[in-house]
Write a protein that binds this ligand. Sequence first.
Ligand code: FAD
Length: 445
Amino acid sequence: MYDPLIDRNIGASQAYPDSYWAQHTDIAEPTAPLLQDLRSDVVIVGGGYTGLSCAYQLATRFNREVSVLEANQPGWGCSGRNAGFVLRGTGRLGLAQLTQRFGAECAGLFHQEYGDAITQVKRMISAGNIRCDSQPEGYLKVAHNAATAADLPAQAAFLQRQFGYQAEYVSPQQLKRDYMHNAQAYGAIRFPDCFGVNPLALAQGYAVMAQQSGVKLYAGSPLLSWQRETDGGFLLQTPKARIRCKQLLLATNGYTPKGLYPALNRACLPVLSSIIVTQPLTPAQLEQSGLQHTQLVMDTRALKYYYRKLPDNRILFGGRSAVYGKDAEKTVYPARLLAALKACFPMLTDLRCDYHWSGWVAVSYDDLPRVCEAEPGLFYAAGYCGSGVSFSTLAGVRLAELASGVAVPPLPIYQSRLAPFPLPAFRRLGQQAYYQWGRFKDRFL
Ligand SMILES: Cc1cc2nc3c(=O)[nH]c(=O)nc-3n(C[C@H](O)[C@H](O)[C@H](O)COP(=O)(O)OP(=O)(O)OC[C@H]3O[C@@H](n4cnc5c(N)ncnc54)[C@H](O)[C@@H]3O)c2cc1C
């Protein structure tokens, strides 16, 4: 599998991974690659949610001439292969940690922004009439042990008091009665406004909306290299043709190839996340497991598991995967996920896995993303740390605003660049050490 820390180029025109989503989505014919030299006001690199949302905004709100270069197909990266959790937030810091780091007022702005991100996804779904199987709202953050569970009532009360957010504490008894017979669940907090979607259908919908707004979308067109022109603009090289532009917006996130923009590469750690999808549960299995609902679920482990029931009664179950791209397809990873699923739901012991795939999320050094102008005329949005379905959509809006000189909310994530990792060559060693520690913490602490 392509590995952004090792490969200098991402490749071109690759098929979607063999995921449940690719098998259950009407996929549009790929658009043609860039075959002729041209000029464009703005070029966006990367056709995921960030790039497509940004392109749509630039075309519709700012009347800009936009070209999108996508190495493969729209949504080929994370956007077409994620778990489809439209969550409130991004990065790895909750509102309590944001309050500690930036103060209560700024945490309030984050809360507002995260709510706006969910609203923006809903707005896009409605404006584009996107058929992406939106499920009824609700996300359960489930405590995986009694010690973590003890904090949940206070956490829910803090969210209500401080932010007026209707988070609900769910006791272990209520969790069992209403949501799941999970042997490793000790209570939960329920977030009422998050919901599940088919992520690839959402990405396809964004691509259609961008194109219908006049955006030129070139699939199979990786940006191989770029240079500055004397007038401050950019000259971009793709396999068959070149583009000149005034502004260059990188929306390549966890898939940014090694050589594309080293400052961005050094500031992200691409981490593999893996998903399995089981065979459909029988009515008896649904009843025994209690999984009769479509709430999104994630646990509180350091090495988190996340899961949801899909519209056809299969369970999507995800978590950590290999460290290196070359190991991503090894059977040990789906086997581990299936074993973890069965440890939570021992009554599902006969369940088989029908699909497995992985993707690269971009983890930032300080656990927060950035949307910024990195140098004159060159912008990026990256570092969502695996939580980006809602935020990427809003990040596209903010990126378009920054590139058009419009003020964005005064949040730290829009006011600075991503910090480089210290000793970037050792990022993967650090990751392996974190996994060891996480395993120990999740088992014994
Ligand atoms: C397994 C998995 C599960 C996840 N589940 C969730 C979830 O449930 N909820 C959630 O909030 N987040 C989830 N995420 C994260 C979420 O999917 C991402 O944060 C989000 O999709 C990022 O969107 P993006 O547009 O920024 O990047 P991507 O969708 O990754 O798009 C980047 C694009 O850039 C293209 N590209 C790269 N280099 C070049 C180049 N040189 N030239 C041209 N194109 C290039 C790639 O082909 C790719 O299509 C998950 C991620 C994974 C991998």
